[in-house]
Design a protein around this ligand. Sequence first.
Ligand code: DGL
Length: 259
Amino acid sequence: MSNKPIGIFDSGIGGTSIFNEIHALLPHENSIYLADSKNAPYGYKSKDEVIALSIKNTELLLEKNCKLIVVACNTATTIAISYLRETYDVPLIGIEPAIKPAALNTQTKAIGILATKGTLSSELFHKTTDLYSNGLKLIEQVGEGIVPLVEAGQTNSDEMKALLETYIQPMLKANIDYLVLGCTHYPYLIPMLLQLLPNHVKIIDSGLAVAKQTKSVLEQHNLLNDTTRTPQNNFFSNGNVNVLKTILDAKFPVSYLDF
Ligand code: DGL
């Protein structure tokens, strides 16, 4: 049993969508969240840059005594998690686009995947799609421009709507019935996507699966926090703290930290 915090990092504020799922499932766990907004988006950086940024974030969370680290970023997971697992002696949870449930359930045999360039071009992504995409049409779309708009607090802007309309167009033409959101910034777009997509298209993200995996790994390592005290959930950003506060509905403490 441990009251040490869970560490969570993302290239910015998108990983808060994963924090929300973890907090809902494990309401007594303390946590520390790092929003590396200064370096967002990771999706266009080289492999070496994403690995270096992931090391920096991981080491800061370890300095802050975290008992487990959630890489709440598909791009950092697909590019850097194997390196982090080889290097650090701490349980690491990653996130990947939820291709499997979409592939197992699609009726139209066509699936849309919206993710960053880094994720869509990663080896891990190709391995997963090779495993599950047999006989299916996968319409992969880079969500260019989405992360910077979310980081700027423009989740509901006309500009965002125009981008999403363009990105889902080829998917609708291909008759998808599942849209996989492969970036932790994208769950904040679900209200807008629901307006733009026909009713039969289901949206899948990986947040709940990551929360369940976090719980199960904490259990395996005997690291669950068994107190019922109100937890401390602290957020640090090296970018615009106000956007982070807003996306958290001002429910948790947010501080600026230069990391
Ligand atoms: N939230 C990150 C992800 O899940 C965004 C990546 C980026 O910064 O481009 O991929």
